[in-house]
Design a protein around this ligand. Sequence first.
Ligand SMILES: [Zn+2]
Ligand SMILES: [Zn+2]
Length: 374
Amino acid sequence: MSVKCWSRGKTTAAVFNSAGQPLEYQFFPVPKLAPGEALVQITACTLCGSDLHTYHGHRSIQTPTILGHEIIGKIVAIGPGDPICDFNGRPLQTNMRVTWSITASCGNCFYCSDGLPQKCEHLFKYGHEVLSSTHPLSGGMADYCHLVAGTAVFPLPEKLPDLVACPANCATATVAAAFRVSGGAEWCRGKVLLIQGAGMLGLTACAMAHDYGAREIIVTDIDRKRLEMALRFGATRCVSVFEDEGKINSIVKKLTSERGVDLALELSGASGAMADGLNQLRTGGRYILVGAVSPVAPTPIFEEDIIRRMISIYGVHNYTPPDLAEALRFLKDNYNEFPFSSLVTDKFRLDQVEEAFQHAIRSRALRIAILPQA
Ligand SMILES: [Zn+2]
Ligand SMILES: [Zn+2]
């Protein structure tokens, strides 16, 4: 479909109008590139949990839009003017196999100047932009994606398989950001970690914690199959949240001389998870909140407890380009150590996007992929 469309000067996308309505296929002209821009032929896009939340209506987003942001592809055209460089400073070339940061930032505003480019006042976020007449192709449920100036583009490591690389620019990079905020790889060495949630983020966090030399990696989830998978991704202990609360307490006490864990990562987004995580932290412990990107029930916070135990709590949303660089480094070095290639379980063509969403929701698959060139 896409090759024929390209030759006719058209591209195809599955447009999301609102929850409960089928995705609508639309044709768009091949964009005219401005300086600093590039056009990518999408090879694969995996459906992230936030795409499913939006599709379901659990998360509001401006519409119409083209969902999908875990994208990889091949550069097919580059805008005029000065050469565009990748994140490492090398000029982009056609036929390069690439991924790119989920957000593009202006580099000049208050937040860009304050080290938070992911919160730029002029942020462009792939898979989240409302369709515009000048720039409709901003999401992964399409055969082409139009990269704006200021996007941090990364060539993919040569041997990294497509479907292992695909979640890098959301799931893996977000986990890398969470570890960076916690204190980084050096700080994690020898530490005891609690990872809440054994979905895509949680499994990735187990493997990254292992790579960073954590001493113990304790994982909690409601799903026994996912907990079993966590053991294959480096977790040392798994506990179902349905088990007696005494079980997690006794494991944490035993592994930490009764002090509590050094670091907890909340990756489940479940109501009540934050209270559980706070309970398991040691004095001086660090808590990174990542999972709750759609509304959850509020957690009561006991200030005195936070103060006396000197707990640090950080929220992590999106990430910075160096986090994606670290995500790709991590995947390149570890994709054979852990079963990352088993995480994308099903593949669909671009004309099957509706079916793909339904399947992802029904099966609770960790990731399914759309292959627009298939
Ligand atoms: Zn995502
Ligand atoms: Zn900015």
